[in-house]
Write a protein that binds this ligand. Structure first.
Ligand code: PLP
Length: 424
C-alpha cells in the first residue's frame, strides 16, 4: 500500500500542529495516520488513492454516510450560498428545534451549541445553577468531551484529574462510579445527596468498548435522582438519533431524563452540540435565566440545515432499518468468527454500533473494569496492520465504538468480515 503522500503530509503537520493533529485520537494510527482526500458512500479515499471501508464515519456524525442525498446536499449548499452566518436568529434554528421537540419527548426546549463538549459543559453548569449544588456523578469509562468537570478518574472517595491542567479542586466536585452499579450510586447519594446537582451518564457507554445498561439501571438512576432533587442528564452525543431511531436511546430504554446532551448526528456532519430538556430547567440559561450560556457560532445556519435535512431524510426513508440491519449482520458475522477464532474476545454493540473487544468477562461487559484489561497491544498490531492493510478503517483505539451509515452495503459487510477472519 503506497502511503507516501500521507507520510509527507504528516511530516508537514508535525512541524505546525501539536502531535500533527487537531484531535488527539487521530494520531493513534501507527506509524502515522492516513490523510483523507474524500469520502464516497461508506468509504473514504486517502491522499494516496487507497480506498477503505469506513466504520469510523467522522467518529459518529455521518448517519447518511459520505454521499449526502440530494435534498440534504441542496439545502446545505443553498444555506452556505446565502452567507455563512449572521449573529442574529434564523428560521432554520427554530425548524430544527421544533423537529427535536416533536421527536424526543423529554425535550421541551433546546439550546444549540457547537460541540458535544460544549453541550456537556453547559449542561453541567445548568444543573449546578438550577439546583444550587456542586457535585456531578459520572461513570468510570464514560466520556463527556474535553471539559474540566468530567476529565476526572478514580472513584467517589478519591477523584483526581485525568488530564494535566485540571485542578484537583475541580475534580473534587466529580464523583466517578462504576456503570451498572446501583450500590455505588446509593452510597454516593447517602454521603453527598444534598450536594449532588446531577448524575451525568451515557445511556450506553460508547467510548469504552460499548457497554449496555442492565435492565432497570436507568430506571434506578431516574428514581434516585428524583428522590434527592438531583437532575438526570443523558449524554446522547453518540446515541442521539442513532440508537432508538428518532426518539434516541432514552426512548429505547423508556426513561425520561431531565436534560439530554446531543452532538454528532444532530448537526449532519457539521460542528454541533445541543442541550435539551424540561422547559422549566432549560429556561435557566441566559437570557431567560441566570446560567450564562452564549456562542458566536451557535445555531449556525449551515449546521442547522445539515442537521434538519439529515433527520428529515431519516424520518422519511428506511435509514434506521438499513443501518440497524447492517449492524446486525456485522455483529452476527463477527460473533461467528470470534467464537471460532478468538473465543476470548467479545462482540459488543446494538443498532448501528459495533465493536470487537479484545477481552471477555462473562457474556457481556457490565462496566469499565470488565473492558479495561483488553489486549491493547494486540489490538493495535492487528488493526493497524492487518485490517488497514486490507482496506478496512476501524476506530483508532481499542475502546471507541464503530458505526454504520446509510451508505454502507452488504458487500462492505462481507469484505469487512473477510478481513476480520484474516486478521484474527
Ligand atoms: N459526549 C460523548 C458521549 C462523546 O462520545 C463525545 C465525543 O465523542 C463528547 C461528549 C464530546 O463531543 P465533541 O467531541 O463534539 O466535543
Amino acid at each position: 500500500m503506497n502511503e507516501d503522500n500521507s507520510r509527507e503530509l504528516y511530516d508537514r503537520a508535525l512541524s505546525v500542529m501539536p502531535g500533527g493533529v487537531n484531535s488527539a485520537v487521530r494520531a493513534a494510527i501507527e506509524p502515522y495516520p492516513f490523510f483523507v482526500q474524500k469520502g464516497d458512500g461508506g468509504h473514504v479515499i486517502d491522499a494516496d488513492g487507497n480506498r477503505y471501508v469506513d466504520w469510523v464515519l467522522g467518529l459518529g456524525p455521518l448517519l447518511l454516510g459520505h454521499d449526502l442525498p440530494e435534498p440534504v446536499q441542496a439545502r446545505i449548499q443553498r444555506k452556505a450560498s446565502e452567507g455563512p452566518m449572521y449573529g442574529t436568529p434564523t428560521e432554520i434554528e427554530v425548524d430544527l428545534a421544533e423537529f427535536v421537540v416533536r421527536h424526543v419527548p423529554s425535550v421541551e426546549k433546546i439550546r444549540f451549541v457547537n460541540s458535544g463538549t460544549e453541550a456537556t459543559t453547559s449542561a453541567v453548569r445548568l444543573a449546578r445553577g438550577y439546583t444550587g449544588r456542586n457535585k456531578i456523578v459520572v461513570n468510570q469509562g464514560g466520556y463527556h468531551g474535553a471539559q474540566e468537570s468530567t476529565l476526572v478518574e478514580g472513584d467517589a472517595e478519591n477523584p483526581r484529574p485525568s488530564s494535566a491542567g485540571v485542578p484537583q479542586s475541580f475534580a473534587e466536585h466529580t464523583l466517578p462510579v462504576p456503570f451498572n452499579d446501583e450500590e455505588a450510586v446509593r452510597e454516593v447519594f447517602e454521603e453527598h445527596g444534598d450536594d449532588i446537582a446531577a448524575v451525568l451518564t451515557e445511556p450506553i457507554l460508547g467510548n469504552y468498548g460499548i457497554v449496555q445498561p442492565e435492565d432497570g439501571y436507568h430506571e434506578f438512576l431516574r428514581d434516585i435522582t428524583a428522590e434527592h432533587g438531583s437532575l438526570l442528564i443523558f449524554d446522547e452525543v453518540i446515541t442521539g438519533f442513532r440508537v432508538g431511531g428518532l426518539g434516541c436511546a432514552q426512548s429505547e430504554f423508556g426513561v425520561t431524563p431531565d436534560l439530554t446532551t446531543f452532538g454528532k448526528i444532530i448537526g449532519g456532519g457539521f460542528p454541533v452540540g445541543a442541550i435539551g430538556g424540561r422547559a422549566e430547567i432549560v429556561e435557566n440559561f441566559t437570557p431567560s435565566g441566570d446560567v450564562f450560556q452564549a456562542g458566536t457560532f451557535s445555531g449556525h445556519p449551515v449546521t442547522m440545515a445539515a442537521g434538519l435535512e439529515t433527520l428529515k431524510f431519516a424520518a422519511e426513508n428506511d435509514v434506521y432499518d438499513h443501518v440497524n440491519g447492517i449492524g446486525e449482520q456485522l455483529r452476527t458475522g463477527l460473533e461467528e468468527i470470534v467464537a471460532e477464532q478468538a473465543p476470548e474476545y467479545t462482540v459488543a454493540g446494538t443498532d448501528s454500533m459495533f465493536k470487537v473487544i479484545f477481552t471477555r468477562d462473562g457474556e457481556a461487559p457490565k462496566n469499565a473494569a470488565d473492558v479495561k484489561n483488553a489486549e491493547t497491544d494486540r489490538w493495535r498490531r492487528i488493526f493497524w496492520g492487518k485490517m488497514k492493510e486490507q482496506g478496512v478503517f476501524l476506530s483508532q483505539n481499542q475502546f471507541e465504538c464503530q458505526f454504520v451509515s446509510y451508505g454502507h452495503t452488504e458487500e462492505d459487510v462481507e469484505r469487512t468480515l473477510e478481513a476480520y477472519k484474516e486478521a484474527l
